[in-house]
Design a binder for this molecule. Structure first.
Ligand SMILES: [Zn+2]
Length: 321
């Protein structure tokens, strides 16, 4: 190493020290809105479910999301912890650190979020309906979906089927399958689709909520497997398989891409989602209302089937008495 590269390395290190912030905390109590450019006081945003006055929705931490959805206490579904999140021992390019492994990044995400995977899963009651809720945390590697997340997703699905809960809800804020995990990560697409099929076979109504970006492999697998696709607010964007730049490269020019490409209004126009909410405060009520209608319909269908078959009807009647 000559003196020039040594000085370059020192320069990068100094920059990193100046940029460094305490893990898990942001430096100020103020947040800048990317939509109206207004600066808001964080405690005020907290009291308004992290919604700006202009209706822009900031990311809602998963713990607050679960607090707002469940009626009271809920039980967190822990990740098993025996899945290697970095099966390829991927080496990340970092000018200042030689041999910097992807596993070190994952350790950092764990420290920042206090979670073992990018998912936070829980079971409890939503408006008196038993439920399993899975929430992506964008602060954990932009909501990566790697082998550990996949296993956590399957554990939550198993519990939903075992308990025969009334509803299954997944809140997506995900950049897709983690590319650093290769084929092992990609197998998560198939596994999560199979899990969704099993939940449906068990007769559990399913709800997908797009709270921010839903992209790549997550977009192309479990997201569209749900009975209801909901978009949390009009400001949600990046609901797409690949970004505008990549798509423009494929099309050889941006003029062919619609301005609403991947945005909430664009996705609604193309018929890929069922509903866009005015704001996230409506989420719990909308899910429970829809779920109650579906569950009532299921009950009616079962009674009609029993009437068509007198033997089954007798069985139903004796069970009911
Ligand atoms: Zn704003």
């Amino acid at each position: 190493m000559n003196w020039i590269s040594r000085w370059k390395k020192i320069g990068i290190r100094v920059k990193q020290i100046f940029k460094k912030q305490p893990a898990g905390q942001e430096a100020t109590d103020w947040k800048n809105c990317p939509q109206c450019k207004k600066i808001s006081y964080k405690p005020d945003l907290f009291n308004n479910s992290y919604i700006c006055e202009c209706s822009f929705h900031f990311d809602l931490p998963p713990k607050l999301r679960l607090d707002s959805l469940f009626d009271s206490n809920y039980e967190v579904i822990e990740a098993s912890g025996n899945i290697n999140p970095d099966p390829l021992s991927f080496e990340v390019k970092d000018a200042a650190r030689e041999g910097y492994k992807y596993i070190d990044k994952i350790k950092k995400y764990k420290k920042i979020t206090g979670q073992q995977t990018a998912l936070m899963c829980a079971t409890g009651n939503i408006s008196d309906l038993s439920a399993v809720v899975v929430c992506f945390n964008p602060k954990f590697g932009a909501g990566r979906f790697g082998p550990a997340e996949n296993e956590h997703f399957l554990e939550a699905a198993n519990l939903a089927i075992k308990k025969k809960v009334d509803i299954w809800v997944v809140v997506y804020q995900s950049s897709g399958i983690d590319v650093h995990t290769g084929v092992t990560g990609l197998s998560g697409m198939t596994k999560s689709i199979i899990a969704m099929n099993e939940i449906k076979k068990a007769g559990i109504p399913t709800f997908a909520v797009a709270a921010r970006a839903v992209a790549g492999g997550t977009y192309a697998s479990s997201f569209f497997m749900h009975d209801f696709i909901m978009i949390e607010s009009k400001c949600v964007e990046n609901l797409l398989f690949s970004g505008k730049r990549v798509t423009a490269n494929i099309l050889k020019g941006t003029d062919q891409i619609p301005t609403e490409f991947g945005t909430a209004p664009g996705v609604m126009k193309s018929g890929l989602a069922d509903i866009t909410l005015e704001n996230r405060k409506e989420l719990k009520e909308t899910i429970s209302k829809l779920a109650k209608v579906i569950l009532k319909k299921h009950k009616l269908e079962k009674t009609e089937e029993a009437h068509e078959n007198p033997e089954d009807f007798k069985k139903t009647a004796s069970t009911a008495s």
